[in-house]
Write a protein that binds this ligand. Structure first.
Ligand code: KIV
Ligand code: ZN
Length: 512
């Protein structure tokens, strides 16, 4: 059995199914580029048959990424497989990932199919996929709740038809580690041709056990883990990449196997995904949470100062958390900015650098120390959002103890300038009213939260909003030294994501 565990990242597919986390093509390309640098073996870039937007993003990723396999998800229908292949065919290493449910409850109520029909659909889909590429993955959706012998029968049929990876998902996050490990062993023992395929697992976190189940499965013989950055994903999320990778690395006595991941890229990609999706990482999240390496109790601090190993089982540097951050300020030049951005993983063109440099200078005039978090926000808002439908050009608010709050806003909508004014209960409300009128949108604000992006009294404000319109939900995020502007940016970002979702109804209606 191989001592390498393949890391299959599905941040851009299952991760995008987190409520509100839809991403545009530029954002997905950015994440895919960083996943390649991180060293993941497979990037599941999307579900091409789901929408035009998904198709476009998957094909662009397939053209750009050369070191990872690029997987396109599809149901077992020929139409889905054709769409997936059309999107990934340019990839240096394409993979078709086809799936069908195998549990009685899914077959009866969702598919309205019997066991024989499911086996037939599996064989047809895998055989058809093999016309396009040798690398074909088959997933038995709701595998952990399927009849074990039927599951083995389906896997056997898929492998005979040519599947090179067999994936066992715990789709609803129901499994318990000991039970899941037993299931993996059962599949290995009772699928006669299992040695012709790699066994993969894909866990969800509904009981908070996704990482534990994945590790138990690896110990039992699985050699591919399907994961997402920060554990984002459908409902309670998927197995978190950083937890699995660092558990394998930190406990080699227990797991005599490795991954191809460069762990020093873990923290930067965690931040990138959080910033792009607007999903904030909880402070006590293992590995990448803000408190993961913070020692509060005096007795712990004392121990760590004497010997970090007293309370630290991993060194922060191993995940790319550096204690001596380079701080840039208003005297820093273009070259320092360029090389620092490069170290952070942003390889900007000259034109992009010029744009970010002028925004950096503006910020450095307001804020003494410009930190990595500030730079990430500049790049995110300055470059990755350039294809947005709605853009903020200018904002002016007037408010105070004796003034009725009013906001004047200029925006570009599909490149066309528009402006307007509106009153509100406060300056943010006034700005939001003006934006809603200009964009002719009628979303409800489900959540509005403000925090500081970094420490210090001159920190930039970070605003996140959660919007709902006609059953679609989107998150928005905005960063600015002025919190009213940050709020307007977050609102507009949320509206852009809603527009994108209108093209991608499957993210709202749970096709999967
Ligand atoms: O959770 C699941 O079963 C899935 C499959 C499509 C692999 O995401
Ligand atoms: Zn899933």
């Amino acid at each position: 059995m191989s001592d390498i565990v393949k890391i299959f990242d599905t941040t851009l597919r299952d991760g995008e199914q987190s409520p509100g986390a839809s991403m545009n093509t530029a954002e997905k390309l950015r994440i895919a580029t960083q996943l390649e640098k991180l060293g993941v073996d497979v990037i599941e870039a999307g579900f091409p048959a789901a929408s035009e937007g998904d198709f476009e993003a998957v094909s662009q990723i397939a053209k750009k990424i050369t070191n990872c396999e690029i997987a396109g998800l599809c149901r077992t229908s020929k139409n889905d497989i054709d769409r997936a292949w059309a999107a990934i065919s340019h990839a240096a290493k394409p993979r078709i990932h086809t799936f069908i449910a195998t549990s009685d409850i899914h077959m009866k109520y969702k598919l309205n199919m019997g066991r024989e029909e499911v086996i037939r659909a599996t064989i047809e889909a895998v055989t058809y996929s093999k016309n396009f590429t040798d690398s074909v993955e088959f997933s038995a959706e709701d595998g952990s709740r399927s009849d074990r012998d039927f599951l083995c029968q389906v896997f056997e049929a898929a492998i005979s038809a040519g599947a090179t990876t067999i994936n066992l998902p715990d789709t609803v996050g129901y499994a318990i580690p000991h039970e899941f490990a037993e299931l993996v062993k059962y599949v290995i023992k009772n699928t006669s041709n299992i040695n012709k395929a790699l066994l993969s697992v894909h866990c969800h976190n509904d009981l908070g056990l996704a990482t534990a189940n994945t590790l138990a499965a690896i110990a039992a013989g699985a050699r591919q883990a399907e994961v997402t950055i920060n554990g984002i994903g459908e409902r309670a999320g998927n197995t978190s990449m950083e937890e699995v990778v660092m558990a394998l690395k930190t406990r080699p006595n227990f797991f005599p196997m490795t991954t191809n991941i460069d762990s020093t890229k873990i923290f930067p990609i965690s931040r990138l995904v959080s910033m792009i999706t607007g999903i904030i990482v909880q402070p006590n999240k293992a590995i990448v949470g803000a408190n993961a390496f913070a020692h509060e109790a005096g007795i712990h601090q004392d121990g760590v100062l004497k010997n970090p190993m007293t309370y630290e089982i991993m060194q922060p540097e191993t995940i790319g958390l550096s204690s001596n951050k380079l701080i840039l300020g208003k005297h820093s030049g273009r070259h320092a900015l360029k090389s620092h951005l490069k170290e952070m993983g942003y390889d900007l063109s000259d034109e992009e650098l010029n744009l970010i440099f002028s925004k950096f200078k503006e910020l450095a005039d307001k804020k003494k120390h410009v930190l990595d978090e500030d730079l990430e926000a500049l790049v995110n808002e300055g470059i990755l959002r350039t294809t947005d439908i709605f853009r903020l050009e200018y904002l002016h608010v007037s408010s105070g103890t004796t003034v009725r709050p009013i906001a004047g806003v200029t925006m570009k909508i599909n490149g066309r300038p528009v402006d307007g004014t509106a009153y509100g209960n406060g300056p943010i409300d006034a700005a939001f009213n003006a934006i809603a009128e200009l964009t002719r949108t009628k979303s409800d604000m489900l959540r509005f939260s403000v925090s500081a992006l970094t420490g210090g009294t001159d920190a930039q404000g970070e605003v996140t909003v959660r919007l709902r319109e006609n059953g679609l939900v989107a998150l928005g995020r905005g960063v600015d030294a002025d919190i009213i502007t940050a709020s307007a940016k977050a609102y507009i970002n949320g509206l852009n994501r809603l527009e994108y979702l209108k093209e991608k109804p499957y993210l709202a209606s749970e096709v999967l």
